[in-house]
Every structure is written in C-alpha cells, then in structure tokens.
Design a binder for this molecule. Structure first.
Ligand code: CA
Length: 232
C-alpha cells in the first residue's frame, strides 16, 4: 500500500484539495481529475491503485466512469455522492463500486475506507496476474502474451499496446461476444479520433498474429454484435 496512487475525481476544487491533503498526509500519491473524461484518461495513462469517484461530474457522470473502469478491469473504486441519493447508492453497488461515502464526508474516513479497500483488494490481487484461455496465456504484470498449440513450445505474441489491452480485456470473459463499442471503450484512448471500424482493424491484426503462431479459431466475428475471443 506504500506509495499507492489515488485518482481523485471531483469537480469541486476545494473538496479535491482537501482529499489530496489528507491522502498525502498518510503517504499516498494523488492525481486529480475535474471531469469524467479526464478521469478515464488519467486512469488509462497512470493506472492508479484506487479511484475516489464523485457521482455528479461534468462530461461523464460517476456512473458512466465507473462502468468504463469496470469494463477495463478491477481498479478499486470508492464512490462519493450527496446525502440522500439512495438510488445512486444502489446502482453504484450493483455496477461494482468497492465502497461508498456520503457527502459531506469526513476526509479522515475516506482515507480509512481507501486503506481498507486496498488491503482487501491487494491481498487477493496477485491471483489474476495470469489469464489462461485454452493455449493462450496473458501475463498482466509482464504485459505479454503467448500461445501454445499442439505439442510445440509456447510462442510469444508480439502485441502492440492496444492489441494487448484488447486481448486481456477479452480473455477475462473468453466466451462473451463483445460489441465494437465495448472494445473501443475498454482498449483505445478516449481521444475522440477512434471509431468503431478501428476495432475491426486491430482485431484483424491480432487474429493474424494468432494464426502466425499456429492458433486457429481465435477472435471470431459474431454477426450483428462484434467479436469474441473463442468461437466455442
Ligand atoms: Ca460533483
């Protein structure tokens, strides 16, 4: 937990400043984002250890941000919302927040909750470092993937960053059919340039790399939906 990076997503600068000060006092590093788009960019670029996420935000609200974060992986999230928004609380827990604080909050309590969530999530966190699907092994910490077919040795798949993100995202649910929009959201920088056809191009290159390593039947097209990692 030492030196953990906390992404604080909060559009009220005074509240953000208070949280920064209290987290810093306990030895955490912090970065702030004042709107939902910036939050997703910071998350992608900086891989924070935990996100404190306000619900009412400009551009994308906290629920949209949370859904996008969950599509990308399991970064712990503590939602912060105004008092009395019980509906918000229910939907936050349903779509996967790790904890929840009500505004106006005591910053000491927010830091304590963050520590508790980090203890809980980092304890079991190493088990997910390797994803295995049939002959495919995705090493999340080394950012590499290899494929074994038949009796031969495993062959490294030489992937671009986007291809790696796409593959590791799909490998968590190998039989799910993903829409292009889901793959776009999870794997590509939210810069507005990327369009859904970009996904086709990345998938096509990824599939060629599997075929070059002797792997058939990967990255299957699903008519009217998008793609899934394994056809069966
Ligand atoms: Ca707000």
């Amino acid at each position: 937990m030492d030196n953990a990076l906390i992404l604080i997503v909060e559009d009220e600068p005074q509240i953000a400043d208070i949280l920064v000060a209290y987290f810093a006092r306990d030895g955490f590093r912090t970065v702030t984002a004042g709107d939902g788009d910036l939050a997703l960019q910071h998350h992608q670029m900086l891989s924070p250890d935990l996100v404190v996420l306000d619900v009412k935000l400009p551009r994308r609200d906290g629920f949209e941000v949370l859904a996008a974060l969950r599509a990308r992986g399991s970064t712990p999230v503590i939602m912060a919302s105004a008092m009395g928004e019980d509906l918000d609380k229910l939907s936050a827990l349903r779509i996967g927040a790790d904890d929840y604080v009500v505004k106006p909050f005591n910053p000491v309590e927010v830091v304590a909750r963050a520590k508790a969530v980090l203890r809980r999530t980092q304890g079991g966190g190493t088990a997910a470092a390797l994803l295995r699907v049939a002959g495919l092994t995705v090493d999340m910490s080394a950012h590499s993937a290899s494929l074994q077919t038949g009796d031969g040795p495993a062959q490294a798949l030489n992937l671009t960053l986007t291809e790696f993100r796409m593959l590791s995202f799909m490998a968590r649910s190998p039989h799910k059919a993903f829409s292009r929009a889901e793959l776009l959201d999870a794997c590509l920088p939210p810069d507005g340039e990327a369009i859904e056809r970009t996904v086709d191009s990345h998938v096509s290159k990824l599939r060629k790399k599997f075929e070059a390593a002797g792997g058939q039947g990967w990255l299957a097209g699903v008519r009217g939906v998008g793609y899934r990692l394994r056809a069966t």
